[in-house]
Design a protein. Sequence first.
Length: 400
Amino acid sequence: MKIFTERLCQLLLFIGLVMSNTNVIAQNNCTCAICGKSCNDIAVSGHVQGRSCYVAPANSSPGSSGVSSPDLKTMVAGAIMQNVLKSIVSANSEKDKKELEAKQRAAAIDAQIAAQRAAEQYRANELRLQAEHDKMMKSFKSLDGTQEMQNKTLDNTGLTFKTLDEPTAVMKEQRKLDVLDTAWINLQKELIKDRKDNKWANGIYNTLSNNAPPLPYKNFDELQPGDVILVAPDDIPGKAILWGDQIASGSTESAASHTITYLKEVNGQKLFMDNVPLHGPTIISEKQLKEKYGSRNMDVAQLSKFGIAQPLNEAEAEKLFKAAVKMQSDNINSGNSNYGVRGDNNMVCSEASWALINSTGRTIPGTDFGVKSKFDVNFSPADFYARKQYFLITSLNMSK
């Protein structure tokens, strides 16, 4: 501001001086811009036809040609004005430049300080994390003997590959399959025709369909008093009974159309209660059972309690046999077969098995399916499969 004031005062002073003079100041020792001669020596000027120099001497007349006093004043004032303005602008620009440089230096210092602080903070965090890691590693307890553990390298100098001398049976079959020769296809068809049914398939399917692992099959010699043999159908009437029972039960789990109850063994021969049409409840021998039902698939329902086998004890087994003897005696004394759906003393095969088990003191509820009750069937073969809390169902192996 001080410099600006000084320059402004100089400007005003020079303008006053110029404007106050009415004549051009005599200029000595100057040279004409046109002819190159001295301004004071007009006589020897290089101008022709009496033209004088552009810079006139002090005693030049007003009528002579050249630059007039007012024009000269204007030129001098303009030059002075331009110089003063340049000095003012230059002074202000210099000041702004210095202020900008000062700000830039301050910003650079601040940035450097911030970078140093960030670096220090990073180093502090690294030291803290390293200390926490060291503390955690020291807290771990090493296993005994780990100090002596070493990595053992594989000695692959003796590794060799063994080639197949002869193709395996699977490879031979695969080659035949790839070729698809007619002889091989015909052979497979014959093998399919000659295949035998898996007698354990039904039992395995039943256990898997109930999200339970397949139970081991039960051998014929392992039968216990109270076990109920569930016989699969082998003719159209038997299949009709199976299908009707499945529909009435709302489940296809059952695979049996007939039931037989194992009673006990006498003189090396097993005895069973069988209830069939025209004969009614009848005690049959092991030999009779195998002759009549040996070719059919069979499951066995073992007494249990929530999946744990609970066979009859000796006292219960004795009650079972006595009830079977009485059931056969009542059938003989009736003069007619007590097998049937209708009638006070009539019962189907599964009802006879169910009644014999309840005679031992075990309490097995009747069917839960109302459709069967309407036909006076209180217990059907499908109910042995459905009553999982009372029976374990496995396949029966008839071979000794």
